[in-house]
Design a protein around this ligand. Structure first.
Ligand code: UDX
Length: 439
């Protein structure tokens, strides 16, 4: 079996998926409507920051197994299995997911599918989308019954995307026929051979696994951040609290890191899309708690701004604020719904003179937030600062020597938005160290 695969949509998910499937030995064609993106990928350049991906992409292009196109006809002719990896961002002016790219992908591909083919959705979609797409494919594809749909949600984390794709903790496939199951079991055989569990479900469950997983993760983060709020009034220390909770194996320590909260292209929009869809389905009460999860998350950003304001004497006007971090998390250049940038921009609007540095995300940040000032280094960001804010826990920031910054800042005040710096080290060097949820 040497099935030929196509990957439709070459963003964070699709570009990684395409390169990884080639690594597993398949012939792969990647497709996108964005000519510039495809031009870059063709010459082995990844249009975003993802550790390990540039090397893998170059290797697989070199091997001849991976190529890219903007021609959907070529995709239809080439592929036996077509993975849909396009984005489903939050709709403007609503909590719902914007499915236009998913529909566009299926509507352009299906009419060209004249022989046996399996279309496999990987994008995160609201409950019921797969059923709608299956009907659309049945109507549009000349290949008739030989063209089927399956759902195969993706759980990769940015920053670990290659590892998460090649060694996932589980595979989930939603199918409606034995044939579709057989095809996908074959496709994933290189991973199931390594004992990676594969769970077979219906469409509705496969869609829900992804949304439920992200809702659970968001809940875990907001839970500890709610405890941080309590700590702030009781004088308790949320980091010690989390350490103690984590030792209960029923709770566990992962995603229990209190701080500025979650951002990015997945967690915030997925919980909102879930609420929107639940409301349409008349089961909004079941996920009403997600509204609070979202609210807790938003409150952390506001609290961070308040802590910073306290440090500069109650008013940002004319104060210099050195900001470390723009990406929504380290090891990524993704700034979608980034807590760091929201904090920086709020301070800017409140009259603060923000000088920001991030190792990878500044090109994206400059496009989205041209009103902020950008520095070429940590030192430059902190020069003359009245307060330094640590908002994305890049290793480079965690390893900072306070003594090095002591001489460049105007006042030794640091607010650690990620609870990732060592308070003792900073205090010993003469700094006022403040953090979310800690005395
Ligand atoms: C997430 C899911 O983890 C992944 O399975 C899914 O496929 C896509 O969404 P990602 O958005 O890449 O992945 O980032 P993740 O590592 O989950 O972090 C999300 C946000 O939560 C980041 O802003 C991070 O800083 C924050 N976070 C994470 C915390 O604030 N505390 C934690 O303990 C963990």
């Amino acid at each position: 079996m040497a099935r030929r695969l196509s990957v439709i949509g070459t963003g964070y998910l699709g570009a990684t998926h395409a390169a990884c499937m080639a690594e597993l030995g398949y012939e792969v064609i990647g497709y996108d409507v964005d000519e510039a993106k495809i031009e870059m990928l063709r010459v082995g350049k990844v249009p975003f920051f993802e550790p390990g991906l540039p090397e893998l992409l170059a290797k697989q292009i070199e091997s001849g197994r991976l190529r890219f196109t903007t021609d959907i006809t070529e995709v239809a002719e080439f592929g036996d299995v077509h993975f849909i990896c396009v984005g489903t961002p939050q709709m403007k002016g609503s909590f719902a997911a914007d499915l236009r790219y998913v529909y566009a992908a299926v509507d352009s591909l299906a009419p060209l599918l004249t022989r046996e083919a399996l279309v496999v959705g990987k994008s995160t979609v609201p409950s019921g989308t797969a059923a709608i797409l299956a009907a659309r494919i049945a109507k549009l594809a000349p290949g008739g019954d030989a063209v089927e749909l399956a759902w195969n949600p993706e759980f990769l984390r940015e920053g670990f995307a290659v590892k998460d794709t090649l060694r996932p903790e589980r595979l989930v496939i939603g199918v409606e026929s034995e044939h579709a199951e057989k095809v996908l079991r074959e496709v994933w055989a290189p991973l199931t051979d390594l004992e990676i569990p594969l769970i077979v479900t219906d469409f509705a469950t496969a869609e829900l696994v992804k949304v439920a997983a992200n809702s659970f993760l968001a809940t875990k983060i907001s839970f500890i951040n709610a405890m941080a709020e309590i700590c702030e009034t009781t004088g308790a220390d949320v980091v010690l609290l989390a350490d103690a909770l984590a030792l209960d194996s029923r709770i566990g320590g992962r995603f229990l890191h209190a701080g500025l909260g979650f951002g990015g292209g997945c967690l915030p929009k997925d919980i909102r899309a879930f609420m929107a869809r639940a409301e349409e389905l008349g089961v909004d009460q079941a996920v009403a708690f997600l509204r609070e999860i979202d609210a807790i998350n938003q409150r952390r950003r506001a609290r961070m701004v308040d802590l910073a304001r306290e440090q500069v004497g109650g008013d940002f006007t004319g104060k210099r604020v050195g900001v470390l971090g723009a990406a929504f998390k380290p090891n990524s250049d993704d700034i979608r719904d980034s807590p760091a940038l929201e904090v920086a921009d709020t301070i800017h609007r409140d009259g603060g003179l923000v000088m920001l540095f991030d190792p990878e995300a500044m090109p994206n940040a400059k496009v989205r937030y041209p009103q902020l000032n950008y520095a070429d280094s940590v030192i430059e960001a902190c020069a003359g600062a009245d307060v330094v804010l640590h908002l994305t826990e890049w290793r480079e920031f965690r390893d900072l020597d306070p003594a090095v910054l002591s001489d460049v800042v105007a006042s030794r005040h640091i607010v650690d938005g990620r609870n990732a710096l060592d308070p003792k080290r900073w205090r010993d060097a003469g700094w006022t160290y403040r953090a979310l949820g800690r005395p």
